[in-house]
Ligand binder design. Structure first.
Ligand code: SF4
Length: 564
């Protein structure tokens, strides 16, 4: 585009705010929020407004680099794309042949939407079960708990609005600004705001009640709320009877978690716990806006399960002003077999996935990062010879950087695709210059609030940077996997849009597809679980060797209190 405005979606984080890129003489010169976008309605956060600084940052890597000095010494030689991709492909072939496909590991970050999923597709087609990400501490524990309990990811119906809102472990004033605005509107319209968070932020300052539990004890607190709600008969009896399984087992289970006992563990006074439970259960409709704070607790999955159960037994799931389901626009889902090619890995190879014990649900296809780091250092249970890192800086983001450094130095061959020479990239054998969101077309499906799918359009291209799609296709072509990617990225996007019967070219004009809220009556009062009900007691979890009811790993503390 020479002069004018291009409609796109910010890709710096996964919120998916609509943005307008202004051009002068063919160069993007300004970015602002898209006033027509249903999520952000014309605003961007500071990161979004800084997009062009990020795009044109003088420290961006703009050519493929090959290490020429000792690892980490910082000596590089620019090479062409063919040479860089040939070197990587040769190493992958050598290691696969000698040590098996599992010896090639993949580490990915987040915030790149479909580009993240292309790496999953590539790893599965290549045959390695060892792909890892931050999923285990970011969103997936809450998502998995929701799917297990009632079969969908529920979102607070803030616009109705609720009468009570609990913000639990979520600093939305800094991380989800459009949700924060909707929350403030709900409070202006009379909603009681309660915050559970050991820290302080703008949301805690606006709340009428703030609870600061001892970190890691959130699950105890929720179990005590369930105890009060069941003991005092504050639950929704009709809902429980008609739409749940395992209520009796739940009641027995939470009977041990009295407010007095849990108060000792959580540092929250017993009468405050009772008050919280009563307000949430009685001042309906109530909604819970949760966040990554839940995912960062040791009992993240079971804590999320307990919140799902709390929503359900109080009848707040699927009602106006409660926590509701949204239909997504029709797309090929990123996690589906059709897209991720999980079925390309035979069960015997899948069984080799590196995890510590049985710490992940069987339907999660990721290896645990810590276990992978351990295997890279020790060679146990088998050697990890190559590692491909996309959009991730484990030296900064993983725990124990010394250990991570040792692991990255231990692999025979390390590739990093990134925009900048991060500490992790500085240890690589090959560094690939990757495109920012302003340099390739894509489809953004925001997962965290309102079901909105929007257009991402290429505005420009810096240096020799390529999108991850283009990089992975180049590698796939060299590995005999040419058929797993489409000839062009746009044809892949056509495939993803195919359930909506539109092409990406047509989507450029439409720009936004919206889902819609599904209240309980809309789905004929059944839930997409094996039993068709909300599964308070999960026989699936039990059959996989996990606790069927949410149980803290710090259970011993409650038992000890019982004894004294
Ligand atoms: S919240 Fe995320 S998507 Fe929205 S402007 Fe900020 S970085 Fe971009």
């Amino acid at each position: 585009m020479k002069d004018g405005v291009l409609r796109t979606t910010c890709g710096i984080c996964q919120i998916g705010c609509g943005a307008l890129v202004h051009f002068t003489n063919g160069r993007p010169i300004k970015i602002e929020g898209d006033p027509l976008h249903p999520l952000n309605k014309g605003k961007l956060c500071q990161k979004g407004y800084a997009s062009l600084e990020y795009l044109y940052h003088p420290k961006r890597i703009t050519k493929p680099l090959k290490r020429v000095g000792a690892r980490g010494q910082g000596k590089w030689m620019p090479v062409g794309w063919d040479e860089a991709l040939n070197i990587i492909a040769d190493k992958f072939i050598e290691h696969k042949k000698t040590f098996g496909p599992e010896s090639v590991a993949f580490i990915r970050g987040a915030a790149k939407g479909l580009q993240d999923s292309y790496l999953t597709r590539f790893a599965n087609a290549f045959g390695s079960p060892n792909i890892t990400s931050m999923a285990y501490v970011c969103f997936i524990p809450r998502y998995a708990a929701s799917m297990i309990t009632y079969g969908f990811y529920a979102i607070p119906d803030l616009d109705y609005p609720p009468k009570t809102i609990i913000v639990w472990g979520a600093n939305i004033s800094d991380t989800l600004f459009h949700v924060y605005e909707r929350l403030c509107n709900a409070v202006r319209r009379g909603a009681v705001l309660i915050v559970v968070d050991p820290g302080s932020n703008r949301v805690t300052r606006e709340a009428s009640m703030v609870l600061k539990p001892k970190p890691t004890t959130d699950l105890h607190l929720i179990l005590a709320m369930l105890h009060v709600i069941i003991k005092e008969g504050l639950y929704d009896k009709n809902f429980v009877e008609q739409y749940t399984t395992g209520f009796r087992e739940l009641a027995n289970h939470v009977s041990a978690y009295t407010p007095e006992q849990v108060s000792e563990v959580t540092w929250i006074p017993a009468d405050t716990i009772v008050h919280l439970a009563r307000v949430y259960a009685l001042n309906k409709p109530s909604a819970i806006q949760w966040g990554n704070g839940i995912d960062h607790t040791p009992d993240n999955f079971q804590t999320a399960r307990a919140i799902c159960i709390l929503r359900a037994i109080t009848g707040n799931i699927g009602i106006p002003g409660g926590d509701v389901q949204w239909t997504n626009p029709a797309l090929i889902e990123r996690g589906s077999v059709a897209f991720s090619l999980h079925d390309h890995i035979p069960p015997e190879v899948r069984a080799k996935r590196i995890t510590k014990g049985n710490a992940l649900l069987p339907n999660q296809f990721y290896a645990l990062p810590q276990a992978l780091i351990e295997a890279m250092i020790t060679g146990v249970p088998y050697p990890i010879k190559s590692c491909y890192i996309q959009g991730c800086n484990p030296l900064l983001t993983y725990p124990n950087p010394r250990k991570v450094c040792k692991a990255l130095e231990a692999v025979d061959f390390l590739t990093v695709s990134d925009m900048f020479m991060t500490p992790t990239a500085s240890l690589a054998d090959i560094v690939l210059p990757v495109a920012t969101y302003l340099e390739f077309d894509s489809i953004v499906n925001a997962p965290y609030s309102l079901a909105v799918t929007s257009i991402q359009q290429k505005a420009t291209r810096v240096g020799e940077c390529r999108s991850d799609y283009e990089i992975l296709k180049g590698l796939a072509d060299r590995l005999g996997l040419a058929n797993i990617f489409w000839p062009t990225e746009e044809e892949c996007l056509d495939f993803i849009l195919s359930p909506s019967n539109i092409t990406f070219a047509q989507f450029r004009d439409i720009a936004v597809l919206e889902g819609r809220k599904l209240y309980r009556d809309d789905v004929h009062n059944t839930f997409p679980t094996p039993s068709g009900k909300v599964e308070l007691y999960s026989t699936r979890l039990e059959s996989w060797g996990f606790a069927p009811l949410p149980k803290p790993t710090t259970e011993i503390e409650v038992n000890n209190i019982n004894e004294t």
